[in-house]
Design a protein around this ligand. Structure first.
Ligand SMILES: C[S@@+](CC[C@H](N)C(=O)[O-])C[C@H]1O[C@@H](n2cnc3c(N)ncnc32)[C@H](O)[C@@H]1O
Length: 309
């Protein structure tokens, strides 16, 4: 049962296809995989009810079936017709609007987001789910008291996965998603709708915009959060303005940034130190791979910053 769950979780979260096939391969017994088992396998993956409603992009689905066929052939297993039918339907399909959805099963709840694989698309980094955003969910789940019954404002929300997970799995009193990019803002709204999140709102917030920044004074959130916001030194001074303004309002802040082994985070820390009124601490975290069933060999390291927490 655990393995079947694992195959579904890997597939829905669009893990590397080799990982899913390894998991299937390790379960092939000497009798191979009967036609009935192969249909069951389709129902755990490409025909799973969540995958039917919110499918992965065509490329991922067709590659999955192509590699599954190759695996079964290499094990001399007769391939069920259903697999061929699904595969040919996919490769002949050029009418479907190719939206990519990724679904995560976290703490028994399915969270689905529309997102992209490419790190930068249409001039923004905000259409992709970044590792730091996922790690933030892990941090929040193990520190729920910091989020429960709090009004939270997220900077640079991107796809919105972090805020949606916090809204659905923890119980903040209200959650503000913010970003500067109009396409990202409408993507967040679509993802909020998919997940039927309540008690939340999407706001445009460009950090250097004085008018946008006033939302901090009017909302006075209990907590400001952000993940993967410092990846380019050029961003630091605008973000620091927001941090300094929030500090004057005595707001608490938690940020979690990926350490990409460049000196951008030390530049950020230097900038934090330039304000003597700012009291901050940093902790180094390693990726919680179990939460997202991601057992890739990439070892991400993160810096968790707490200010006034
Ligand atoms: C690398 S993405 C991280 C997205 C999300 N937090 C995550 O972890 O998946 C950075 C996000 O910050 C937003 N951003 C970058 N510079 C910004 C600025 N000056 N003002 C507001 N948002 C900004 C981008 O639009 C993008 O959505």
């Amino acid at each position: 049962m655990e393995t079947l769950d694992k195959i579904t979780q890997l597939y829905l979260s669009r893990a590397a296809i080799s990982k899913i096939l390894d998991s299937i391969d390790s379960n092939l017994n000497e009798g191979g995989l009967s036609e009935c088992d192969q249909v069951k396998l389709l129902k755990l993956t490409i025909l799973h009810e969540v995958a039917i409603k919110f499918p992965a992009c065509l490329k991922y689905r067709s590659l999955f079936l192509k590699k599954l066929i190759a695996l079964l052939e290499s094990r001399n297993i007769e391939i069920a017709e259903a697999i061929y039918v699904n595969y040919t339907n996919l490769i002949a399909n050029n009418q479907e609007k190719d939206i990519n959805y990724t679904s995560y099963l976290i703490k028994g709840q399915v969270i689905t987001v529309e997102d992209t694989d490419s790190l930068v698309e249409e001039g923004t980094t905000g259409l992709h789910c970044w590792e730091a955003g996922k790690q933030f969910i892990s941090f929040a789940l193990s520190h729920q008291h910091l989020f429960e019954n709090k009004t939270i404002l997220e900077l640079g929300s991107g796809v919105g996965l972090t805020g949606i997970a916090i809204s659905k799995l923890i119980n903040p009193s209200f959650f503000y998603f913010t970003d500067c990019d109009p396409q990202v803002l409408s993507l967040i709204q679509r993802n909020i709708d998919i997940n039927k999140c309540s008690n939340c709102k999407v706001l445009p917030f460009l950090w250097k915009d004085e008018n946008d920044s006033k939302c901090l004074d009017t909302i006075k959130p209990d907590l400001i959060i952000g993940s993967d916001l410092v990846y380019d030194p050029i961003i630091i001074s605008d973000l620091l303005d927001v941090i300094n303004r929030s500090n004057r309002l005595k707001l608490s802040m938690i940020f979690l940034f990926t350490d990409r082994k460049t000196d951008v985070l030390s530049q950020f820390e230097k900038a934090l130190n330039s304000n003597k009124d700012l009291h901050w601490e940093v902790e180094i975290l390693l990726m919680d791979k179990d939460l997202f069933f991601d057992h890739s060999s990439t070892e991400f390291k993160f810096h968790l910053y707490k200010i006034n927490v």
